[in-house]
Design a binder for this molecule. Structure first.
Ligand code: GLC
Length: 576
């Protein structure tokens, strides 16, 4: 044996071992994987100037609250200049801030303050479409030879009626006739949200400039709104009848999307320590991987809709399906790529009302259970504002109470289909996104402490029993449990990067799983039921104290645990 070669050999072995570890996970460690994201809907968070609309100064006032939650990243919904046809998802100037939120100076102050507390900031960029009030569109529609004409999709009327396209919001369909130039323009969402033409390199450059502009101001990431639809088949062939049921397949995820994303990565993302998450993950796991796998140099993360698309009707939640969805996605991304994990956002009803139990008796433990789940899964957790308190759906049984363009559009579509409108209203009341847009419930004072003016949206009347002030004072509240759980995730990296393995998948009421790596092993037990549930595991739990438990007691007898209604526990079973 040549002893001089020994250190070299050891080095070689070490390098090979390291390579195989990183190949296995296929994932490097990043702040945006470890961070807990808090989605903040700015018009509903805190109003500092009594105009009934949340603003940056209100957020600044609540900086301690945000800091104490233990969150690391804020994703804020759009706050740009907008006629607010779709609550800001219709942007009329991507570089200006809507006055109601405050000035650019206020924005910078807010970002600096967040950064000083170690909180990053993600901006929502809405570039599948703009507002019809954007200067680009005003120019584009003004004449057929305007230089901005190709920023949007136009169909000249002399070619006859354009092939039918479904619109997500507009019961009239996705083409809108515009007399001015005798042509139709395309809008997948509302008529006031014309779709941008990503085939035009000038448009793409404009978008990258906008993104770089906000990075210079201090943002740390982007959420790309509705981005899977940015690439379209612009030969506009006829689609078969009923095709819209498979909307993503027909309307988005074309191969050019990847060219655009690679270009965006080159021009923007790769130049800074920022990340981008796309809304929508395509139709298949392959689509999702092609968006986020590191070697493709496109995006860092996507979020899929499978969970929020389940159980849209009252009482239709199935734990079996819930487990299947999460296990399937985890498995698909266990080696490579990265996804987000979430249960609610501004487009969905409240988390506890859909996946937990909003009745006063069970609201607290069931929200705690859902937060335990979100914060112990692999993937970046996205927590929607108010879910750290267990805010619930609001009861809105009649259509005249609705202001949301999607809810009103869906109502008209259902009416045109001749549906039973009582049943439809029951569905809408349960699943509409108006439910999650009600103002933050800070305390028991007027308007839940959100505003001293008239709130832009009605406060949920249950605020006297669900609010921050009351929960801060109660050690067993949903809020204090959330804070504890966020610290547990930070202290146990295995909950971020570790493997996931479901236990007794067929158990009818308990969702049990392990998160483990070479050094540690955690077991998470969640009782999704109003009654006690028993589970017998391989390990003996007797004498073990859970890292977190949303009840004071826990009934363990050797390998058997009896969980109370919605009891949620996390055990660290790492052997010393
Ligand atoms: C996304 C947004 C939603 C908006 C739509 C159109 O789905 O999340 O709120 O209405 O895009 O921009």
């Amino acid at each position: 044996m040549n002893y001089f070669k020994l250190p070299l050999l050891l080095l070689l072995l070490l390098v090979t071992a390291c390579n195989s570890i990183s190949e296995k996970s296929g994932n490097s460690e990043n702040w945006w994987k470890e961070g807990i994201v808090y989605q903040l809907y700015p018009q509903s968070f805190k109003d500092s100037d009594s105009d009934g609309f949340g603003d940056f100064k209100g957020i600044i006032e609540e900086i301690d609250y945000l800091d104490e939650l233990g969150i690391d990243i804020i994703w804020m919904n759009p706050f740009f200049e907008s006629p607010l046809v779709d609550n800001g998802y219709d942007v009329s100037d991507y570089r200006s801030i809507l006055e109601r939120y405050g000035s650019l100076e206020d924005f910078k102050q807010m970002i600096d303050l967040l950064h000083s507390r170690g909180i990053k900031f993600v901006l929502d960029i809405v570039v599948n479409h703009s507002s019809n009030q954007h200067e680009w569109f005003k120019q584009s529609r003004s004449s057929r030879d305007n230089p901005y004409r190709d920023y949007y999709h136009w169909w000249p009327a002399e070619k006859g009626e354009p092939p039918y396209r479904y619109s997500i919001f507009d019961p009239e369909g996705a083409w809108k006739y515009d007399e001015l130039t005798d042509a139709y323009y395309l809008h997948y969402f509302a008529a006031e949200q014309p779709d941008l033409n990503w085939e035009n390199p000038k448009l793409r450059e404009e978008v990258y400039d906008i993104m770089n502009y906000w990075i210079e101001i201090g943002v740390d990431g982007f959420r790309l709104d509705a981005f899977q639809f940015a690439s379209k088949d612009t030969s506009f062939p006829e689609f078969p009848e009923g095709h819209e049921k498979d909307f993503i397949q027909w309307y988005g995820m074309r191969p050019e999307l990847h060219d655009y994303l690679k270009e965006m990565n080159e021009e923007v993302l790769s130049k800074h320590d920022v990340f981008a998450v796309a809304e929508g993950a395509g139709k298949t796991m392959k689509d999702a991987h092609e968006l986020v796998d590191e070697d493709r140099k496109e995006l860092q993360m996507v979020y899929h809709f499978e969970t929020v698309d389940m159980a849209k009707q009252p009482n239709s939640f199935s734990l079996k399906q819930f487990k299947e969805i999460f296990s399937k996605w985890d498995e698909a991304f266990s080696e490579k790529g990265w996804i987000s994990v979430f249960l609610s956002n501004h487009d969905n009803a409240r988390m506890v009302s859909r996946f937990g139990n909003p009745n006063p008796e069970f609201r607290t433990p069931s929200t705690q259970l859902l937060n335990t789940f979100l914060l112990s899964m692999r993937g970046t957790p996205y927590i929607y504002f108010g879910d750290e308190l267990g805010m619930t759906n609001i009861d809105m049984p009649t259509i005249d109470q609705y202001v949301d363009i999607q809810a009103i559009g869906d109502y008209k579509k259902a009416e045109a289909r001749g549906e039973d409108m009582n049943a439809f209203m029951e569905y809408l009341n349960y699943s509409s996104r108006e439910n999650s847009r009600t103002p933050m419930q800070w305390d028991e004072t007027l308007n839940a402490g959100f505003s001293t003016g008239t709130p832009w949206k009605k406060v949920n009347p249950n605020y006297p029993s669900i609010n921050v002030a009351q929960q801060e004072a109660d050690p067993n509240s949903v809020l204090n449990h959330f804070k504890k759980m966020s610290q547990i995730r930070k202290a146990n990296k295995v909950l971020v990067y570790g493997d996931y393995e479901i236990i007794q998948e067929e158990h009818p009421t308990v969702y049990a799983f392990k998160r483990f790596d070479e050094q540690s092993s955690h077991t998470i037990l969640l009782n999704f039921s109003e009654t006690n549930s028993e589970i017998t595991l391989d390990e003996a739990f007797e004498g073990k104290t859970p890292l977190i438990n949303n009840y004071e007691q826990l009934q363990i007898e050797s390998n058997t645990i009896v969980l109370l209604p919605y009891q949620a526990v996390v055990f660290d079973l790492t052997l010393e």
